[in-house]
Design a protein around this ligand. Structure first.
Ligand code: G3P
Ligand code: CA
Length: 236
């Protein structure tokens, strides 16, 4: 069961910062989820939104800034004064700190154009088998599969349809990522019988977390990995 700290332990620390990732691991997460974007000068880095306002003291589209400029931003104060000075993190730095740990990494590609560099970095750190590349965008996943026939792929969707299952087969995806509220036990069984891993996302509260566990999902991204760790401990 993959307990993936969603943008790190984002309930307790500013999302997609080293503080949030380390907190997730302290809370027993077995993996980390994060979002990939591209700076103006082509550096792959971690940010959820297209724009900077919500999670940094910057303004505008992140893609209009060089990595040097992005590194100057404060990515922690918006969350709490105690996190002032947290910085945006490049994929290379993220891998430097976390690739050698025995954990799973779920890397969500938020935009086109970073597929090749991301795969190159994964190869450099030799961790392709402990990574799942995910995206809401089919085109990105198709490109990833063209570039790498082995890397694990997860398709992020709201709920599954026959077309989505056909697409998953087409790109030899290992995983389907469904919104927690659409998950049912029958659905999970059917998807598993089709050879897919089922991972939940948007697990808003503990009730949904328990629902997903009862339905037998293979993992979930969660803002409060401590609560999932505790629930799993009780089951075992
Ligand atoms: O776990 C998948 C989830 O991260 C997708 O949604 O908005 O958090 O990127 P979002
Ligand atoms: Ca994400």
């Amino acid at each position: 069961m993959m307990n993936l700290a969603h943008r790190g332990a984002s309930e307790y620390a500013p999302e997609n910062t080293l503080a949030a990732f380390y907190k997730g691991l302290e809370m027993g997460a077995s993996g980390l989820e994060t979002d990939l974007r591209l700076s103006r000068d082509g550096i792959v880095f971690l940010l959820h939104d297209e724009r900077l306002e919500r999670t940094t003291n910057g303004t505008g589209r992140a893609s209009e800034y060089t990595w040097k400029e992005l590194q100057e931003l404060d990515a922690g104060s918006w969350f709490a004064a105690a996190y002032a000075g947290e910085r945006l993190v490049s994929l290379e730095t993220f891998l430097h700190f976390f690739a050698r740990k025995p954990i799973h990494l779920a890397l969500e590609m938020k935009e086109e154009g970073l597929e090749e560099d991301t795969l190159r970095l994964l190869a450099k750190y030799g961790i392709s088998n402990r990574v799942t590349i995910t995206s809401f965008q089919q085109g990105i996943l198709r490109m990833v599969r063209r570039l790498d026939s082995a890397v694990r792929i997860g398709f992020l969707v709201k709920q599954y349809t026959e077309e989505i299952l056909a697409e998953l087969k087409e790109i030899s995806a290992q995983q389907i990522c469904l919104t927690a509220e659409t998950i049912t036990k029958d659905g999970v069984n059917r998807l598993k019988a089709a050879g897919l891993e089922v991972r939940a996302w948007r697990v808003r509260d503990e009730a949904l977390m328990h629902h997903c566990l009862e339905c037998g999902v293979d993992g979930m991204t969660i803002n409060f990995p401590d609560k999932l760790t505790e629930a799993l401990r009780r089951v075992l």
